[in-house]
Design a protein around this ligand. Sequence first.
Ligand SMILES: Cc1cc2nc3c(=O)[nH]c(=O)nc-3n(C[C@H](O)[C@H](O)[C@H](O)COP(=O)(O)O)c2cc1C
Length: 470
Amino acid sequence: MDDIKMEVHKCMLCHDAPCKAERIIRALRFDNKLGARYLLDFNEHFEDCPYGIDVEKIVSEVSKEDNLISDTSVDITANICGIKLENPFLLSSSVVSSSYDMCARAFDMGWAGCVFKTICLMEINESSPRFSSLRDWDNSFLGFKNIEQLSEHSLEENLEIFRKLKEKYPSKVLIASIMGRNEDEWEFLASKVTEAGCDAIELNFSCPNMEYKDTGVDVGQDPDLVLKYTKAARRGSKLPIIAKMTPNITDMCIPARASKDGGADGIAAINTIKSITGVDLDSLVPEPNVSFKSALGGYSGRAVKPIGLRFISDLASDSSFNGLHLSAMGGVYTWRDAAEYLLLGASSIQVTTAVMEYGYRIIDDLILGLKIFMKQKNYNSLNDFIGYSKLSLVQLDELDRKTILYPKFNYDKCVGCGRCFISCMDGGHQAIKFENRKPILDGSRCVGCHLCKLVCPNEAIGCAVKRIIK
Ligand SMILES: Cc1cc2nc3c(=O)[nH]c(=O)nc-3n(C[C@H](O)[C@H](O)[C@H](O)COP(=O)(O)O)c2cc1C
């Protein structure tokens, strides 16, 4: 498959793609190689790509995949604070879930539910532009910054949307995200969204973009306010309450515990991380440039997944949260990202940036990829593996420091570029010689750090035998 990787990445993933192979190429793009093979049996007719992608080559490579999974019937139902989800995937509270039509379209396409864009009683005035991004070589987002606040609809408009959504989609899960400025507002909003028929409430203690002081992230960084406002929301509603935490803090367990003490049934994490994505070197203004000024804004997308995983793992490993639901988000693009969050202890998954970049259609590969993963591993339900990887996450002083795992060069795949040699020379332990354009390992110098494996552009370095240091 390696030689089609570039071809697949050049594909623009067009809407209503003229090639008719969009579904298969999309599966490859979203880390769902076996899903692409599975889909091939339902999609045999393809056209040429008007933009020069070699569709025939891609399809022919996919057809060579011999690990065919033809049965994808596996139970991926989940629940959020006891409410049934047809799958673990929800839109997270943001622009992607900010109107009736948007949520309805997402539901029709297979999302199990949504956390609606945060509603409030404040006057919300947004800036333009309000986004900036860090780009990968193919122009995709590595990370994404926004300086957006909350819903601009009036409370009444949003409540009407909730009523209509629940009427049309009774089996989809609708969670209202709310933010108040004081206890009365939290209590009032909680009671209003309950009357409107929402299934649960998420408390936004974490937006880093608020123009009003002592709201959003200011609350999430202050456990006393978290406790007070969770209690206020609890007074306003008997619905399940999920407190959404900020990652702009060292120890998330402190405010999370306060929300539990205040009556929360679950924790959602992470909201976005305060950031500056860059400075425009023509105007000399940081991005995004809003009439020649900018501000810190929330970072999300692929770049933040490691931080999200860390916080979910922190929460899942703390026994004071046993029994509380953990809803994870931050950089989920593929089923693999979702599986990682589940393995570290989350029970539902929320998504925004990937949807902003690629649309609601990513749900296809989130679901199919997750099902194929479970089939392969013989898991019958999500509970078979939720939290499993927590077991192998230990303190640094508990790690095995007596074993060296050496790299092994696969000379059939090695193209002789010498990247492993350069990195080992200048960033490692000078343990690779480069002779006749081939790397050769000097085991007496190698410490088994695996930098060579990570920089190899052709995945030509694997692992060889271990040595136990005496
Ligand atoms: C444009 C934009 C608007 C957002 N608005 C909200 C919001 O109104 N309420 C909220 O709780 N989180 C909001 N978020 C945060 C997301 O719900 C989510 O926590 C964060 O983006 C991380 O997930 P992701 O990497 O999948 O985007 C927003 C994020 C973005 C990018």
